[in-house]
Design a protein around this ligand. Sequence first.
Ligand code: NAD
Ligand code: DAU
Length: 337
Amino acid sequence: MKRSIIITGGAGFIGSHVVRLFVNKYPEYRIINLDKLTYAGNLANLKDIEDKPNYRFVKMDICDFEGVLALMKEENVDGIIHLAAESHVDRSIKDPFTFAQTNVMGTLSLLQAAKAYWESLPEKYEGKRFYHISTDEVYGALEMTHPEGIEPPFTTKASSGEHHMAYGEKFFTEDLKYQPHSPYSAAKASSDHFVRAFHDTFGMPTVVTNCSNNYGPYQFPEKLIPLFINNIRHRKPLPVYGRGENVRDWLFVDRLLGRPEGADMDLITYVTDRAGHDLRYAIDSTKLQKELGWEPSLQFEEGIEKTVKWYLDNQDWLDNVTSGDYQKYYDEMYKGR
Ligand code: NAD
Ligand code: DAU
């Protein structure tokens, strides 16, 4: 079936992988990448697909309700995959207003535009879908438990029956209560509530997913992994917050195609911790595995190797995104830590 889909935030890290996937996999679909091109948006991420006939880029702020509504009408949009957001926790601690504006008001503006357009059609919400990409951070932090005094990591059995290494016995599931700790996750939590409200109040067909830390090619070097790769490249200190005990659940953003040169452990430097730093994130992926047949196709060791290799093979990309305002950002964020 032919579809017309807006992907918001398609010039960002995850969004660019989603746009590429849809443009290549569904040539009969019309894919509209709606992105404001903030510091995190980069059209160079999409060079390989920019001339495809089923792809269109539109520079627009998701907060521009009239603009979004006009675009939906012009393109007969029947699906929205919503990734646009301010996504970096450290920035949200310094500037929460921008996060509330984009993540909350921007999501509301998209929902309201989708409602106005879809309700004006004879078929209304039939065949329509609003897919909101949220984060596991809305559930707050899990504890590091030590069952029977065993120091983590230890082997545990998830509800899927599988054994794996864990740093605690509890995992995030979708029915946990929301308990965001950072301005970023508070804004994402708020946007999730609006999405649910549009489903429950107006019957809009919505889906919300709460995934864990993504890593891989095209991630902006403000996030841990690409920041460390870039610093290693320049032999700069690797700033580990607090005591470096925090646990994350890493998800490779895509499947891609040697072993890169090893990192220099001497560069590791313990710096002042992030305020409100969540201790541990860990997803229970049982539902995803049972209902969608998803399973991890890549172990972390393999994924990180591919990631380091990609950054080393694409140093021009790194040089480009770290020119301009990046150094100023870095100095302000890490000075005196
Ligand atoms: P990113 O920061 O790399 O990209 C965000 C994109 O959104 C950029 O292209 C930016 O230009 C665009 N954008 C920002 N404000 C906008 C606005 N007002 N209007 C239009 N476009 C705007 O983000 P990411 O890491 O790719 O994350 C994408 C989504 O996935 C976000 O919603 C984030 O909360 C969620 N998420 C990310 C992770 C992760 O590990 N990166 C994990 C879970 C969930
Ligand atoms: O869990 C999903 C979330 O993952 C997403 O919703 C966010 O958009 C995404 O940014 C990410 O948030 P984190 O805060 O977990 O990612 P970040 O890469 O900023 O930090 C990962 C861990 O590394 C965290 O414990 C903080 C630590 N850290 C981070 C940086 C940037 C450091 O020790 N030093 C650093 O310089």
